[in-house]
Structures are given as C-alpha cells and as structure tokens.
Design a protein around this ligand. Structure first.
Ligand code: HMG
Ligand code: NDP
Length: 440
C-alpha cells in the first residue's frame, strides 16, 4: 500500500525524480529500487538458468500507473509493457474513478482445478459412484503431494467427476480442487494430478490420460466495480452525460458483437498483462483463462461492461485471475520482486484485484477515448515518440520531433525524418551527439 498514488504531473519530471517520488510514497529504499531495476532486473547468468538456449536478455519499459485506489487502499501499480499510452491511459482513468472513491474489489479463494482424464471406462456411471464414494481418501492422497501447501493452510478441497463426449468416445474427467494460497499453483496442481491419477484409473477400471491443471480457473475469479461522476468524464468538446451515453453504447456494441468484444477485451488485457508481467507472473495462463471465460456461454463476450446509474457511469468486471506472489520466477527476478515491494507485498488475492483494476481502468480510458475524440489523439501522440526514435531522433530531439509530427497530424517515420531535417536546418540547437548518446 502506498501513502498516496496521486502524484500530479509525475510524467513530466525526470526518471530520477520519479524514482525518488515512488520510493517515498511506497516506503521503498532508493538503493533497493535502483539495484532491482539495473539491467532490467535479470542478469544474463540467471537468465541462462530460467529458460533454455539463452543468448541474452530482452528489456521492456517498467512504468507505474498512478491514482489507483482499491477498497480504500492506494497502490502505485508497476506495469511492464511495450505499447505507448497504456500506462498513461490506466493512470488517466484511475484518476477519474478515484474521484468517486476508487474500485471495489472482491476476490474468490485461490482455488485451482487439477484435471485427470480417464479413458476406456467400461461403466462410467458406476465408476463415478466409486470415485465419489472414496472422496476423502482421494483428497488425502492429493494433500500428500503438496505437504508444504497443507502446512500453509492450503491443499485439496473438493473433488468433482464429469462425463464428456458421446457414448462411443465418452471419457470421465476428475477435478481435484486445490487451494493454492499465494501461489499461482500450476506446478503444485500438476503434482496433485500426477499423484492421484493412477489411483483414479484403478477406481474407474479405466486408463489414465492427461493429468494437468485447467487454465479456465473459474473458481478463482475477481470481481470489480467502479462508479464515475459525469463531470469527471467530460472532455473539452463533450459534456459528461454524453460521454456516459457513448461509453454505454461502446459496451453494448461489445456485448452484441464478438468482433468488437475481442478488441474491448484487448483493451482490458493492456492493463492486466502489464501488471502480470511486471510481477513475474505467467501472462499466457491469465490470457488463456480470460478468453476461455469470455467465451463460456458459447458466444465470446466482454469481460467488463458499462452502464448508466442515474447521473453516473458504473463499470463492472468479472474474470478468472490465477496469479501468485510466491513461486514461479518470482524467487529470482529482482524487478519482479521490486514490483511486489512497490505494491506492498500483497497476497495473491490482493494482487488479483490490482491486476483487475489496471484492466478496468485501461478499458475505461480506451472506450472513453473511442466515444469522444477517437483513439488516435491520445494514443498516437504518445506513439509519436517511438516513431521519432525509429526515424533517428535522439535525446531531447525526440520530444520535439514527436510534437512536430503530432502537430502536422502525420505520425509516420517519413514525417519524423523530415522533422529531423527541419530541426537540423533551424537555429534551435540540437543536443550534441555526445550528450544525447548519438546523432540527432
Ligand atoms: C493518452 C491519454 C491519457 C491522454 O489524455 P489527456 O486527456 O490528454 O491527458 P491529460 O494531460 O489531461 O492528463 C490526464 C491524466 O492522464 C495521465 N497522463 C496523461 N498523459 C500522460 C503521460 N504522458 N504519461 C503518463 N500519464 C499521463 C495522468 O494521470 C494525467 O493526470 P495527472 O496525474 O498528470 O494530473 C488519453 O487520451 C487516454 O486515456 N487515451 C486512451 C489511450 C489508450 O487506451 N491506449 C491503449 C492503446 S490503444 C489499444 O490498444 C486498445 C483499444 C483502444 O483498441 C481498446 C478498445 O478498442 O477498446
Ligand atoms: N498451464 C499452465 O498455466 C502451466 C503453468 N506452469 C508454470 O507454473 C508456475 C507456477 O506454478 P506454482 O505452482 O505457482 O509455482 P511453484 O512451482 O514455484 O510452486 C509454488 C512454491 O511456492 C512455495 N510457497 C511459499 N510460500 C507460499 C504460500 N504462501 N502459498 C503457496 N505457496 C507458497 C511453495 O512451497 P511448498 O512446496 O513448500 O508449498 C511452492 O514451492 C509458473 O511458472 C507457470 O508458468 C507450469 C505448467 C503449466
């Protein structure tokens, strides 16, 4: 938890000043913050032990979203992302939501499902009965596979038997529901599946097939709600009431059309993935769970919806969030550990609510932009800086070239190259190659 996450003008100060401000409001040692970010938080030798065939490391920007308030607590939210405007957008919408008290979050217990597939079961109904009758014995066997987890208060909680497929290829699937505490839990749950698989096959008089977790973690959901006053949504050209109508219209579009729902959800995942990556979590798992959940009714749907409530806009988001604050890569990645430190080393559930808040804020910023000025104004203005760099601008010339191509409404590398030539030919001095770290 941070003293405050409302730091007006934060984006206008230098990187060093931002570090000082964040260290102060989060109570993080400056030396620790700086050391954790050095080299992206991952040395080449450590990277070589992380994955295989390593040649080096690959850096991404580590930023923070501000203004985030969840259940009356402030968070400085670490985000690792390559796309311009994502961090600004999340901070922008979180500021609007903060004006009405922030997000209200509710998180399920950290229950993951371990699947054991049973094939060639002669009498599936009888097999199901035999397995259910031995429930306690099977759960005890599952617990023995994760003794550390049981000591921490987690472990096997429930057992379900499902039958799937047509009579000619019917199979049984046994779900062992495991409380993973603060771990994401994939390895733990896979261990459980492998520990109970043979015994289940024996009870079923069948063959054991796959033994693996399910990424459709619908017992581990996060639910978020926020409400925003119309005046906080207004733009220069549009009053707040019209903006609410536009955002509700955007939500309805996503609810009715899977083509739009996919983009709507991409906007949500902009925020979520960035926090998931910053905190060293498995974003493929979170993505798989999100999209499987979005398609659960057979029709792909938006994860967040927006409605009018009198004079206010209300947003709700519900989705699975399998995320951990221990295990996985967290033990060794210094920048991921820093991310958790900045958040106040939350529980897995609290971290799930932070991810979801980053998602709902990102969604609000995007749909508000789409319902008002269009996405290009804000997004492309920030994207212009990458275009300027791609065209060869360096140092302080980056911002100047970016401003010129935004002004010209031509955010292309060609336009940026022309802007660099104009600056070269002007009286305004460009930074020297030495001070800017290269030619302008
Ligand atoms: C880009 C903004 C924020 C500008 O918005 P603005 O109104 O020009 O900003 P402002 O100068 O009035 O500042 C408002 C607040 O925004 C933040 N902010 C403002 N500028 C910065 C910055 N440079 N760096 C960091 N933070 C920034 C900051 O919090 C600031 O408050 P402060 O704390 O300063 O008082 C706005 O236009 C916006 O939110 N646009 C949405 C952009 C977006 O959604 N980008 C995601 C990429 S597009 C995409 O992938 C998804 C999409 C769109 O396809 C999804 C979908 O279709 O649903
Ligand atoms: N389909 C998928 O999504 C798959 C994902 N994965 C990967 O699995 C990894 C995540 O698995 P996960 O099981 O979380 O990671 P780990 O294998 O690292 O297991 C979690 C570890 O955290 C320890 N721990 C310490 N404190 C706690 C606590 N408070 N609560 C819970 N555990 C604690 C546990 O110790 P102890 O043993 O003493 O309990 C355990 O060793 C990710 O790297 C993911 O990419 C792997 C396979 C498939």
């Amino acid at each position: 938890m941070a003293k405050t996450s409302r730091l007006p003008g934060f984006h206008k100060v230098s990187v060093q000043q931002r570090r000082t401000l964040v260290a102060d409001v989060t109570g993080t040692e400056m030396a620790e913050l700086e050391a954790s970010l050095e080299g992206g938080g991952l040395e080449a030798e450590v990277a070589d032990k992380f994955v295989e065939n390593v040649l080096g490391t690959y850096a991404l920007p580590f930023g923070v979203a501000l203004n985030v308030r969840i259940n009356s607590k402030d968070y400085v939210v670490p985000m690792v992302v390559e796309e311009p405007s994502v961090v600004a957008a999340a901070s922008n919408a979180a500021r609007m939501i903060r004006g009405s008290g922030g997000f209200l979050a509710e998180v399920d217990p950290p229950l993951m499902v371990s699947q054991v597939q049973l094939t060639n079961v002669r009498d599936p109904r009888a097999a199901e009965e035999r397995i259910l009758a031995r429930r306690e014995e099977i759960l005890a066997l599952a617990d023995r596979a994760v003794p550390g987890l049981v000591v921490r208060g987690g472990g096997a909680r429930d057992l379900e038997v499902r039958s799937i497929g047509a009579p000619e290829d019917e199979m049984l699937v046994v779900h062992i529901v495991v409380d993973c505490q603060d771990a994401m839990g994939a390895n733990l749950v896979n261990g459980v599946a492998e520990a109970v698989g043979a015994h289940l096959a024996e009870l079923a008089h069948g063959h054991v097939g796959l033994r693996i977790l399910s990424n459709l973690c619908d017992k581990r959901k996060v639910r978020l709600r926020c409400s925003v006053a119309a005046e906080d949504l207004a733009t220069e050209d549009m009053d707040g009431q019209r903006v609410i109508d536009g955002i509700v219209n955007a939500s309805r579009f996503a609810e009715l059309d899977p083509y739009r729902a996919a983009t709507h959800n991409k906007g949500i995942m902009n925020g979520i993935d960035a926090v998931v990556i910053a905190t060293g979590n498995d974003w493929r798992a979170v993505e798989a769970g999100a999209h499987a959940y979005a398609a659960r009714s057979g029709r792909y749907a938006p994860l967040a919806i927006w409605r009018r409530d009198g004079e206010r806009l209300v947003g709700t988001l519900e989705m699975p969030m399998a995320i951990g604050t221990v295990g996985g890569t967290l033990r060794v990645h210094r920048a991921a550990r820093l991310a958790l430190l900045l958040l106040g080393v939350p529980s897995a559930g609290e971290l799930a609510s932070v991810c979801a808040a980053a998602g709902l804020a990102s969604n609000l910023a995007a749909v508000r932009a789409l319902a008002t000025d269009g996405i290009q104004r804000g997004h492309m203005a920030l994207h212009a800086r990458s275009v300027a760099i791609a065209a060869g601008a360096k140092g302080t010339a980056v911002e100047r070239v970016a401003a010129m191509i935004v002004e010209a409404r031509d955010i292309t590398v060609e336009a940026a190259k022309r802007a660099i030539e104009v600056l070269r030919g002007s009286d305004v001095p460009l930074p020297s190659e030495e001070s800017a770290g290269g030619a302008d």
